[in-house]
Design a protein around this ligand. Structure first.
Ligand SMILES: Cc1cc2nc3c(=O)[nH]c(=O)nc-3n(C[C@H](O)[C@H](O)[C@H](O)COP(=O)(O)OP(=O)(O)OC[C@H]3O[C@@H](n4cnc5c(N)ncnc54)[C@H](O)[C@@H]3O)c2cc1C
Length: 399
């Protein structure tokens, strides 16, 4: 395993670093306080080629390897982990189409993302089915004409207020069915004024083929306030066989395949956040003096900074291992994806909390970025599988 970046990877990293420095970090805390969705940043990211990293080259997508994608997501998260989550969610929703869709489905459901700055949502979690997604009750039932009707409610769905396409996992036949399917529901993108303002309310989408999608009011979140999260209800939504990805009984396997890809990307978000927390804390403790010395020179404080640095470096190694194992299609890619996600979540939470502590009372003030980073960090340990679920996977694989 070569730990050096290729020239192309180095160029990706430099491009995103410049973007973060000039277009995300200036005024970040003010925008974040308003909880407004930064669509102009998303649009610019699309123009720069930072969105939709996994779309196949045959339909003019970037089809980046996992390591390059992770490097890009990490740099984006160094700027803001909410924006990185929103960007990454397009790949989360679209990876299943790239992995298991037939060419006509890839053309129909992925091509629009190449042509326009659109957002997609990945709809798995339900109010009664979080870590245990097999308990989901959203289901589709076949009609006499061969089409299906989709009904059910998903919650905590990233990008939902702005999505132009929903990737939905559902049971087949009945809510308690044994089989799970994956269906793609494209919808007209929301009105431009709703996007430009960044403050969506609920959204009701009546579909031309029949049925309605109701998107709830955006959730008021502790952190990652620059990503959009809302509940989505599917009411009598007509689904044609062309909208079903792969085998309509193999949805559970498709979820595993997507998460094997997506967990290293969440790890990248965690590493980016942890690095940012370390950087702002080093800057602060170099400036601030107590007991006649810079705080970073006080031995116990320096020990904390050293512990933060070690967490970042170890999480980064775990991330690289997971991404390379995924690129090599290793049979243990799920194991390393879980390791990287847990290591990165631990690094993010540790660095944000200890960083806040080293800022003293100032760290508790919203005008310091470390306060935002501490709020943002917790979700890394929760979404795409809580820590305990990753440990379950690791335990199962090694025993
Ligand atoms: C900001 C945000 C964005 C999200 N984006 C999306 C999205 O785009 N699409 C989507 O489908 N979902 C999304 N989610 C949902 C997310 O993936 C779930 O919240 C997560 O999987 C946990 O499910 P839950 O919240 O129902 O917690 P629960 O499953 O109820 O778990 C609660 C707690 O119980 C404990 N626990 C659970 N299982 C076990 C176990 N096996 N062993 C021991 N302890 C356990 C853990 O401590 C866990 O934290 C998002 C969530 C948030 C907050």
């Amino acid at each position: 395993m070569d730990l050096n970046l290729s020239a192309t990877q180095g160029m990706y990293v430099e491009t995103v670093r410049r973007f973060v420095k000039t277009e995300i970090l200036p005024g970040l805390l003010e925008v974040e306080r308003k909880h407004a969705f930064p669509f102009s940043v998303v649009r610019r990211a699309w123009e720069l080629g930072i969105l939709n990293l996994s779309i196949p080259a045959v339909i003019k997508g970037f089809e980046l390897d996992a390591l390059s994608s992770a490097l890009i997501i990490e740099e984006l998260a160094y700027g803001d982990s909410g924006i990185a989550t929103s960007a990454m969610c397009n790949d989360l929703a679209n990876a299943v189409i790239a992995q298991h869709g037939i060419p006509s489905q890839q053309e129909a459901f992925l091509r629009p993302f190449v042509e326009e700055p659109l957002l997609a949502s990945f709809c798995l979690t339900e109010p009664g089915a979080g870590s245990d997604n097999s308990a989901m009750t959203t289901f589709m039932v076949r009609r006499e004409d061969g089409s299906y009707l989709l009904n059910g409610t998903k919650c905590f769905i990233t990008n939902a207020s702005f999505a132009s396409q929903f990737t939905v996992f559902c049971k087949v036949g009945k809510p308690a069915g044994n089989f799970m399917a994956c269906v793609i529901v494209p919808v007209p993108p929301p009105a431009l004024e709703a996007i430009a303002g960044g403050f969506p309310t609920g959204r009701e989408i009546f579909l031309p083929a029949g049925g309605c999608i109701a998107v709830g009011k955006p959730e008021d979140k502790l952190g990652q306030r620059l990503s959009n999260t809302a509940a989505v209800t599917f009411e009598e939504v007509v689904v044609t066989p062309e909208q079903i990805i792969g085998d309509r009984r193999r949805g559970f396997q498709y979820i595993i395949d997507v998460l094997d890809y997506a967990r290293p990307m969440v790890a990248a978000i965690g590493v980016g956040l942890a690095r940012r927390a370390l950087a702002v804390t080093i800057d602060y403790t170099r400036e601030r003096r107590q007991f006649g010395q810079r705080i970073c020179d006080l031995p116990v404080a320096r020990e904390t900074l050293t512990a933060m640095w070690k967490k970042v470096e170890l999480a980064k190694l775990a991330l690289i291992k997971a991404a390379v194992t995924l690129d090599e299609k290793g049979s243990d890619r799920g194991l390393y994806a879980s390791l990287a996600k847990n290591a990165a979540a631990e690094a993010a939470i540790f660095c944000a909390n200890e960083g806040l502590h080293l800022h003293g009372g100032y760290g508790f003030m919203n005008e310091y970025e470390i306060a935002k980073l501490a709020r943002d960090a917790h979700i890394i340990d929760i979404y795409e599988g809580v820590r305990e679920v990753q440990n379950m996977i690791i335990g199962r694989e090694i025993c």
